[in-house]
Every structure is written in C-alpha cells, then in structure tokens.
Design a protein around this ligand. Structure first.
Ligand code: FAD
Ligand code: FES
Length: 340
C-alpha cells in the first residue's frame, strides 16, 4: 500500500493502467489510495506535479489530468517532447504496478461556474486539460461546447476516437473541429476568427504550444471577447531574459521569515529566492517549481524581485507584493521575504 505524503508533500501513486494513445503519447491511470483520496480530489483542468528520478537526478514536471473528476480513475496524459527527459522517460519506461510520486492537484485553469458556452482551443498535448474540461461540462451541465483541436499530423491526434464518440453522443451541443498543419498549414488568426464567429456569451480556454496560444489569444481578444473570459494554461516557460539574470548580480543578502524563524542568507548570483531559502537550511514549501501552482508563494516586504514565470498569481496578488519564490530573482541589494 502506498504510504501517505512525505514531508515534501509528494505521495507515491501506483500506476494502475498504461494506455498507449499514439506513438508519442501515453496515458497513465493512477491509483489514489483511499486514505489520500481527499487530498487528491481535483477540479477539471488541474494538474499534478510528478517527482521522478532519471539517471540519478530528481526532476519535477507537471501533468494535467485528462480524466474528468466525474469519472472514477485519475488519469494523466504525457506527450513526448523531442529531446525532453521526463516525457520520454514516462513514455518509454513506466509500466503497470510502478509507483510515481505526485503532489496533490493544483491549478486555476478550471471551469467558471456559468451556463455560458465553453469554447476551447487545444494544440497537441494541450488537449489534456481541455479533455477534462469538456467532459466535465458535458456531464455536469447543459452548456454547449466547441473544440478547435490543432495537431501537426493526423497520427498525432490524441483522443481522436474518444472525441468522435463524445461528439456523436452529444450531437446537439458538442462541436469538434480538427486542424491538421500538414493539410492546412499552421493555425492563422482568420481560422480562429471563423471558428468563433457566431459564439454568444462564452468562456474561452486555450492550451497548447506557445506560438499557437499567442495566435489564438490575440485573435479571440481582437474579436471583442473580454480578457476575463479568456483562460490560458501554459505548458512551457519562456527563457530567462538576460536583463533579469543580470539584475541579481548586485544582490548581497536575503532576509527570509518562515515558521516564526528569521534567517539572513548570503545570496549567490542566479539563485531564486526558493533556492536561497533551501541553501539557508529552511524547509520552504514548493511543488511544481515552474511557476504554475502557487505553493511557494511568499510576500516581499522590502526590496524587489522579478518573476521569470507566473501562471499562478493574479494581478492583485502581485500588486500586494506576493511572488512565486521558485521563479523569483532578486533585483535589489537586499530583499526581505516572508512566507505567511
Ligand atoms: C501546468 C502544466 C501542465 C502540464 N501538463 C502537461 C500534460 O498534460 N501533458 C504533457 O505532455 N505535458 C504537460 N506539461 C509539460 C510538462 O510539464 C513538461 O514540461 C514536458 O513533458 C517536457 O518535459 P521533459 O522533461 O520531457 O522535457 P525537458 O527535459 O524539460 O526539455 C524541454 C525542452 O527543452 C529542450 N531542452 C532541454 N535542455 C535543453 C538545453 N540545455 N538546451 C536547449 N534545449 C534544451 C528539450 O529538447 C525539450 O524540447 C505541463 C506543464 C505545465 C507547466
Ligand atoms: S512551486 Fe509551484 S509556483 Fe513555485
């Protein structure tokens, strides 16, 4: 039986089933032991952070649930990233019965509680959370759902058969439009414009490769959809801009408050606030370490820091001084950060 969560919040979940979706994508059905079930309850659109050891290195990666919470089994779907370490390792080596360490579900890419139409755009592996969202909307509401699903080639379409079945079963309210780059070239703003023409009040959900998301987001906003109706889930992180990396060169020390302890730590150029806290011997909280979950958030009470990636905090939280410490490089000589 799986033990409960370790000190770092990760629990071993047994792989119950491995489903080969395409030659470059695999779904893993994970068994959540009864005593962990409350912690691993999730909302459609959320993700798990996995911690795996590959060639002796501990690595963390996030994977969204492709299952819907209304179903029994929790499932993630992993597409190979060419040259990527963890996605290929999961595709090539994981078999039934092995245990994978996962932190409890996180994420805000969730259905808004309205009766309005759901308009979803997925590119490649971006179908994973979208599949969970659309199945949930169909099962739990009478909302209409449209999906625009882009892939490079026909043989890389994940869930092709399941989507066809869902579209037949829900012919009155689910529309699926496939876009294949090999046939039609990359997705253009005008393809997005024609797909959304005629949509009334709706929530827009976009997930896929960066350039695809940028094109879709711009076209949707251009068509007059209010920004708060557009929900994005980014799988990849932009490279660190040189000026941000350089700015941390002037920092000398970081004052960190955690668990009623205050520690002043010397700063090593290039380290994030989270790394600095760890080097100082503090057990600072974290999970995804990609700026997606918010577990590592803390408040800057003096000095400054700049986040490399932020997919977890909203504008109000940032304005109040909250940062994701796993993504924050200091920009002033001293910084005082408080984990609350
Ligand atoms: C919230 C969230 C949810 C996600 N959900 C899913 C999901 O449901 N399904 C899914 O498949 N993915 C998902 N991802 C992406 C996933 O977490 C991984 O980022 C992805 O699987 C790639 O990991 P990897 O270890 O295979 O690649 P990495 O080893 O991290 O490499 C990533 C890319 O960088 C390149 N690279 C690596 N090192 C270098 C270097 N030194 N120089 C130049 N290039 C380099 C690699 O070639 C590769 O293309 C999600 C990400 C986030 C943040
Ligand atoms: S650990 Fe997830 S945002 Fe920092």
């Amino acid at each position: 039986m799986a033990e409960s969560n370790g000190d770092d919040g990760f629990a071993p979940l047994r792989v119950k089933r491995v489903v080969r979706e395409t030659s470059d994508a695999v779904s893993l059905v994970l068994d959540v032991p009864a005593h962990c079930s409350a912690q691993y309850r999730y909302r459609a659109g959320q993700f798990l952070t996995l911690r795996v050891t590959v060639d002796g290195q501990d690595l963390r990666r996030c994977y969204s649930m492709s299952s819907a919470p209304v179903e029994d089994d929790l499932q993630i779907t992993v597409k190979r990233d060419p040259g990527g370490v963890v996605s290929n390792w999961l595709n090539d080596t994981v078999s039934e019965g092995v245990e994978i360490h996962a932190a409890p579900p996180e994420g805000r890419f969730c259905l808004r509680d309205t009766d309005d139409e759901v308009v979803a755009f997925a590119g490649g592996s971006g179908i994973t959370p979208i599949m969970s969202l659309l199945r949930t909307a169909l099962a739990n509401s009478s909302r209409r759902v449209r999906l625009f699903y882009a892939n490079r080639s026909r043989d890389s379409v994940i869930f092709a058969a399941a989507l066809e079945r869902l579209a037949k079963e829900n012919a009155d309210r689910l529309t699926v439009a496939h876009h294949i780059d090999d046939d039609s070239g990359v997705v253009t703003p005008s393809a997005v414009g024609s797909f959304i023409s005629g949509a009334g009040a709706a929530d827009y959900y976009i997930c896929g490769p960066g350039p695809f998301m940028d094109t879709v987001e711009a076209a949707v906003l251009e068509s007059g959809v209010p920004r708060e109706r557009v929900h994005l889930e980014r799988f990849s992180i932009e490279p660190v801009p040189a000026d941000v990396a350089d700015a941390s060169g002037q920092t000398e020390e970081i004052v960190i408050e955690l668990d009623r302890k205050t520690v002043t730590a010397g700063y090593r150029a290039g380290n994030t606030l989270l790394q600095t806290a760890r080097i100082a011997g503090l057990r600072a909280p974290s999970s995804c370490e990609t700026g997606s979950c918010g577990t590592c958030m803390a408040r800057i009470v003096s000095g400054g820091a700049r986040m490399l990636n932020n997919d977890a905090l909203d504008d109000d939280e940032v304005a109040e001084g909250w940062v994701l410490t796993c993504q924050s490089l200091p920009t002033t000589r001293t910084v005082h950060v408080v984990y609350e």
